[in-house]
Design a protein around this ligand. Structure first.
Ligand SMILES: Cc1cc2nc3c(=O)[nH]c(=O)nc-3n(C[C@H](O)[C@H](O)[C@H](O)COP(=O)(O)OP(=O)(O)OC[C@H]3O[C@@H](n4cnc5c(N)ncnc54)[C@H](O)[C@@H]3O)c2cc1C
Length: 307
């Protein structure tokens, strides 16, 4: 009997570090290389992937292979289970069998940043990413704007790779604004955007997370939505609104409209969960932007490891 091979939307790619490039004080570009990456789907936008990191003292991270990799990974004993974190594809070069990922260096506080600080060419990691051999949609892309209308992209350094990849795939006639908060003035990265999209890099310097992004988004929203009537009462006016006041310590902050309903403004927000919650609250409760026109994603939580 002929054997049938099931192609799933996502698969494990065993890769090695082909090149490392320190882009700026806070960003390290890792170029992963390896046979099989010619099948890594080049979907662009904010395509997310999973990255398995080596355990302490090792330069190799492995994941169980096959469609049930996740279940089998969860069942591994702690001392054999490589930590897994979520990242964004920055660039795919299928013909060269290469994938770039830009990692934020944020000290020694987690397995991903710890590995990034010590990474060497030849380190062997595993990526879980979209398989170009799969004929349907892979999932993992949340940027779904309506055909027309203004765009507002806002995020911190962890969202910078996604925002840059989105900007580079926008149609030439796109219009809008991108606001990217980064730790240091040296973290401004080169990016190509359509002429109708302004890109502002906001360096926090010593300020807290969101200290530049929140006021910048608020000022821009006042300009873009001057006549907006609040769709909801301002937060606190009539008791807590459970959708507005997601408890980011307990819940994942992630709400993405399933499809892009026509809207004059579409907002895509990603970064530290508490900051993103504040941005969303402002746009929806105080500026009247419809919930179906805002994709908001907590990419990480201050003081909490991803688990
Ligand atoms: C869809 C998606 C796409 C993402 N894309 C990228 C990307 O392209 N590049 C990227 O660098 N990150 C990206 N992130 C964020 C990344 O997954 C987190 O920052 C992750 O927590 C890093 O893992 P870690 O092992 O370094 O730290 P963890 O073990 O998760 O956390 C350890 C400690 O570090 C803190 N911490 C985590 N991240 C940061 C940070 N950036 N700055 C300061 N403190 C931090 C935590 O609050 C915690 O206290 C993305 C996340 C998501 C959900």
């Amino acid at each position: 009997m002929p054997s049938t091979v099931t192609v799933t939307p996502w698969r494990v790619f065993n890769v090695e570090v082909g090149a490392l490039r320190r882009l700026s004080p806070s960003f390290l570009r890792v170029t992963f290389a390896g046979p099989g990456l010619e099948r890594f789907a080049d979907n662009g936008y904010d395509q997310r992937i999973k990255l398995a990191l080596p355990l302490p003292g090792s330069r190799v991270a492995e994941l169980p292979n096959g469609p049930d990799w996740y279940q089998r990974w969860r069942e591994l004993p702690d001392d054999r289970r490589s930590p897994v974190r979520t990242y964004t594809v920055r660039k795919v070069r299928q013909q060269l069998r290469e994938v770039d990922v830009d990692l934020v260096l944020h000290g020694d506080g987690g397995p991903a940043t710890r590995w990034a600080g010590r990474a060497r060419r030849g380190d062997r990691l595993a990526l879980v990413g979209p398989d170009a051999g799969y004929p349907g949609r892979h999932g993992g892309v949340e940027f779904r704007p309506p055909r027309d209308g203004l765009l507002l992209l806002a995020g911190d350094e962890t969202a910078a790779p996604a925002i840059c990849a989105i900007l580079e795939r926008l149609p030439a006639g796109a219009r809008g604004h991108a606001l990217i908060e980064v730790p240091d003035p040296g973290d401004v990265l080169p990016v190509t955007a359509p002429p109708g999209v302004t890109v502002s890099w906001l360096a926090r310097g010593g300020g807290g997370y969101g200290s530049r992004l929140l006021p910048a988004v608020t000022a821009l929203a006042a300009e873009l939505l001057p006549a907006a009537r609040p769709a909801l009462a301002p937060v606190g006016a009539a008791g807590p609104d459970p959708l507005m006041d997601v408890d980011v310590d307990r819940e994942i902050l992630w709400e993405v409209p399933p499809s892009s309903a026509p809207a004059s403004l579409y907002a895509w927000l990603a970064g530290e969960a508490g900051v993103i919650r504040g941005l969303r609250r402002h746009l929806i409760a105080e500026r009247g932007l419809g919930r179906d026109a805002v994709a908001f994603m907590g990419y990480w939580r201050l003081g909490r490891a991803d688990s």
